[in-house]
Design a protein around this ligand. Structure first.
Ligand SMILES: [Zn+2]
Length: 427
């Protein structure tokens, strides 16, 4: 049994001003010893043992919190600290969060949802800055500080969605870091002109270009992937392909991606989203594919879907295949489900994966935060010196307790700024 530092369950919320943080006092990084995190210019500059003798400005009873020169000292009251949560697969351009209820309609299946969305998005103002802001603010409220969002690029909206998401993210002033995948939701080769749009998006600064079921949507897996890899080579952007195709059809397309990744020298820049096939394959077939993905530096993102074969998380990580966790769509024309709360989704991932042991539950938390750094273009995303000061505080005994219970986010700090407190977003 592992030892857990003593923790007095606290209902006292963290105190101190909102705004810039210089010291986040008395927190337990990853459930460890009580520590003080020092912050400058949005970056963690020191992690030192907590000094209980030093009184924080802004503790209850203090009247000078708003005027003292060290008003950036924020009291954590011994709460558990995790890195800001990383949503590695979102669609923040297409949510109707904050709008009146939209009943599910249209046909099921990928093509059915694509058609339904194209028919009704305009009447909901999608893509629009207001809806994107609403879903990003809700993400911040629940502790997400970095997002990789797919953004629809098609013949109808062109690149407008990317501009919308950039504008919404900028309006939040760094409360959430957003990376863009220019996403051909309606297909690539079957819609002449879309490859050009992806090329323009990459040239204009999109960090990644997407793809979608090269076999079942375009019915030309080699053609779609060759087109995507040519753009990635030309502009140095990443590739992030939605792959719902299962079994051997999915595995075949992953093999095509492995070949092209190695040939183009794009190791570390290619991601398979969903990749249900990996969970469906068995035995040596699965092990060989996972090993080949690891050697090619290909990553995976999952949305912890109910009803799909779970990804072999331990085997993937052991083979050097980074795995990220994402919400996928949040309350959109594809599905009414989703809240954007990545910690709740971490509970779901752990549960679906059969995780019960402490070390496995900690792995789930790492997948949702520190280990997802590369999905949002970061070298490091953790509670360590040199990392962005993105921190979430929760009232939990330890990390496993936080994962299984997903308690309210007591405080959210992003880039060294308090952005949410007690379940209320401040930006
Ligand atoms: Zn998706």
């Amino acid at each position: 049994m592992s030892t857990t530092p003593s923790h007095t369950p606290s209902t006292t919320p963290p105190t101190g001003r909102t705004g810039t943080v210089t010291v986040l006092r008395d927190v337990r990084p990853w459930g460890g010893e009580r520590s003080d995190l020092h912050v400058a210019d949005g970056v963690i500059t020191a992690v030192v043992p907590h000094d209980p003798a030093a009184r924080a400005v802004g503790t209850p009873g203090s009247t000078d919190a708003d005027t003292a020169p060290d008003a950036g000292v924020v009291e954590g009251n011994g709460l558990l600290a995790l890195p800001g949560l990383v949503n590695a697969h979102a669609h923040v351009d297409k949510s109707w969060w904050g709008k009146p209820w939209v009943s599910y309609g249209g046909e099921p299946g990928t093509q059915g949802r694509i058609a339904h969305e194209r028919a009704h998005r305009d009447e909901l103002g999608i893509p629009g800055v207001d809806v994107t802001l609403a879903v990003l603010r809700e993400s911040v409220r629940t502790g997400t500080t970095a997002v990789r969002s797919h953004v629809d690029v098609d013949l109808g909206v062109g690149l407008r969605g990317i501009a919308v998401v950039r504008e919404a993210a900028a309006a939040l002033g760094g409360a959430v870091h957003v990376e863009i995948v220019a996403f051909p939701q309606d297909g690539v080769l079957r819609r002449p002109g879309v490859l050009d749009l992806l090329d323009q998006a990459a040239a204009a600064g999109a960090e990644h270009i997407g793809g979608l079921d090269p076999a079942s949507i375009d019915r030309d897996p080699v053609g779609q992937l060759d087109g995507l890899f040519a753009i990635a080579e030309r502009h140095g952007v990443g590739i992030d392909v939605h792959l719902h195709d299962g079994g051997e059809l999915g595995a075949f397309q992953i093999e095509l991606m492995i070949d092209r990744t190695v040939r183009a020298g794009l190791q570390g820049k290619v991601n398979v989203a969903h990749g249900f096939a990996v969970g469906q394959l068995a035995g040596a077939r699965q092990a060989d594919l996972v090993a080949a993905m690891g050697e090619a530096g290909i990553s995976m993102t999952t949305v912890a879907p109910i009803g799909a074969a779970p990804l072999p998380l331990h085997a993937l990580r052991a083979a050097g295949v980074p795995v990220g966790l994402g919400t996928d769509g949040i309350r959109d024309l594809w599905s009414p489900y989703g809240t954007g709360d990545l910690l709740t989704l971490t509970t779901q991932l752990a549960r679906l994966s059969g995780f019960r042991r402490d070390e496995d539950l900690v792995t789930a938390a790492r997948i949702a935060s520190a280990d997802a750094a590369r999905f949002v273009g970061r070298e490091v995303h953790d509670l360590v010196v040199g990392a962005p000061a993105d921190v979430v505080l929760v009232d939990a005994q330890n990390v496993p307790d936080a994962v299984v219970r997903a308690p309210r986010r007591a405080l959210v700090v992003a880039a060294g700024r308090v952005v949410a407190r007690d379940g209320e977003v401040l930006v």
